[in-house]
Design a protein around this ligand. Structure first.
Ligand code: NAP
Length: 449
């Protein structure tokens, strides 16, 4: 690590950092970052998405620092985390993310900074503020923060009820450059949230993208608005989204019905106290086969859910696998129930039988990340000890592509963290007493996997 960065981090992570001292120390001239390169976008030409290998395209390189603009901050991520969007970026699927950067570059002078031949990825981070740009008054150098990934200016009227409706809304580190998998990241001031004091850097970094997405999908009136007693079908219940969805459903008095694909994952849920679990592999469901949806399988699945719930259908379906499951999700939802969808991991052209939707007055609701308030509320639940991290493994930045590969192959459980500036795991905890109170929940996922 560059000596200037080392000095900056020492000052910014000191117990009571002096903002003026941090702001006065020089920045390094370049930094390490996980990038994909524009020159590589054709490298997987002709391969199916499943055969593309993110280890070939996602590299750790020395790159220039991002220039700081108004209402922005430079943050040094002590840790970051892997999300599926970095896998999509590294596979250049469904389109190369350089397309997003080019569009952003055409919008404004500040946007032009992002349109480079390398894309610094990563949509989660925990770390320390190093610099604040003109117009930032809420945050100071030395503040410990977690970063959420909703990038908006709100210059237009569209996003003022809900910033996710802003027509220029973007996901940081996916649709913008200068993401969290770098020694220094560029964020808007309105992406920052206080880091929960009882967590270490990698736990704090592993939360926001999937937790806030699940929060909006299930809790927010903008999407699921779950009520006490609701039966909620959760696909991928030990994945990045699902692991938080299960906690949110249980906190809100809902009844989760959890789908996973192995006995180990089912056992993990059982040991956390979850009762209604479907192992889709052991029970051999194939909702999509030979290029066709399989209605007989939807019916078999619906009967199985009723067996587990005493005859009830899901009020809410937490949907993200997409083509492989969407027909089943629409079929099993209760009359008048809601399928909330935020993704299409297995394919984004869905087929379902519309008779089950209109005749039974069901709704399909699209949901995407979260506005600042929703992300803040989700972060607050973590600070209160009502939601806990689901981190299972942490990689050094140099091995970030291995983490992306594990997610691409569905070989992971929970969240995968990445150490960026932190020297080792377990650092960054401010309130050890509070941590002690949640020791069991915090050791849960790491111990059980
Ligand atoms: P993840 O950690 O890989 O978890 C997804 C889970 O889905 C897996 O653990 C797997 O569980 C299950 N799954 C995968 N393929 C499946 C299939 N064909 N049928 C049934 N279940 C399947 O990923 P994640 O972080 O939860 O993200 C999931 C998706 O949501 C990704 O496409 C991601 O890009 C998207 N996403 C969107 C937003 C947004 O704001 N719109 C935010 C976060 C994530 P089992 O194998 O155990 O069943």
């Amino acid at each position: 690590m560059d000596q200037r960065l080392r000095d900056l981090l020492a000052a910014a992570t000191a117990p009571a950092p002096d903002p003026a001292e941090v702001a006065g120390l020089p920045l390094p001239e370049s930094m390490r970052a996980a990038v994909v390169r524009r020159g590589d976008v054709e490298m997987f030409q002709g391969l199916a998405a499943k055969d593309k290998d993110p280890r070939a395209s996602l590299r750790v390189e020395q790159v220039p620092l991002p220039p700081l603009g108004p209402n922005e901050c430079l943050v040094a991520p002590m840790a970051s985390a892997l999300n599926f969007n970095t896998v999509w970026t590294a596979l250049f699927e469904p389109v190369p993310t350089f397309t997003f950067l080019r569009k952003l570059g055409r919008e404004s002078d500040l946007g032009r900074r992002h349109d480079l031949d390398h894309h610094i990825v990563g949509s989660d981070a925990s770390g320390v503020v190093l610099r604040v740009g003109p117009g930032v008054s809420r945050w100071r150098p030395g503040d410990r923060v977690t970063v959420h990934c909703n990038d908006v200016d709100l210059e237009g009227p569209e996003g003022h009820d809900d910033s996710m409706l802003d027509t220029h809304q973007r996901i940081w580190g996916f649709e913008t450059n200068f993401g969290g998998l770098a020694e220094i990241s560029l964020v808007k001031a309105n992406q920052l949230m206080p880091m929960p004091t009882h967590l270490d850097w990698e736990e704090a970094a592993s939360l926001s993208l999937t937790l806030a997405t699940a929060y909006r999908m299930l809790v927010s009136p903008n999407a699921g608005a779950m009520r006490q007693g609701d039966v909620v079908l959760v696909w991928g219940a030990t994945g990045g989204l699902g692991g938080f969805a299960v906690q949110l459903v249980r906190n809100g008095g809902g009844i989760p019905v959890c789908v996973v694909s192995s006995a180990d994952k089912a056992e993990l849920l059982r040991s956390l106290g979850v009762e209604r679990i479907i192992d889709r592999s052991a029970e051999g469901y194939e909702f999509w086969a030979d290029g066709q949806p399989q209605p007989a399988e939807w019916r078999r699945f619906g009967s199985r859910i009723r067996e587990l719930t005493g005859g009830e259908d899901p009020d809410l379906v937490f949907e993200h696998p997409g083509r492989a499951t969407f027909g089943a999700s629409v079929y099993v939802a209760k009359r008048g129930g809601t399928v909330v969808t935020c993704a299409s991991t297995s394919g984004y052209t869905h087929e379902y039988d519309n008779r089950y939707l209109w005749m039974q007055l069901k709704r399909v609701v699209g949901s995407h990340f979260a506005n600042y308030r929703e992300a803040w509320q989700a972060n607050r639940l973590v600070s209160l000890g009502m939601i806990h991290p689901i981190l299972t493994r942490t990689y050094p930045l140099a091995e970030v592509a291995e983490a992306a590969y594990a997610i691409h192959c569905n070989a992971h459980t929970g969240k995968l963290g990445v150490l960026v500036n932190a020297e080792r795991e377990g650092l960054g905890i401010v309130d050890s007493e509070k941590r002690e109170r949640f020791a069991e929940q915090l050791s849960g996922w790491r111990q059980l996997v």
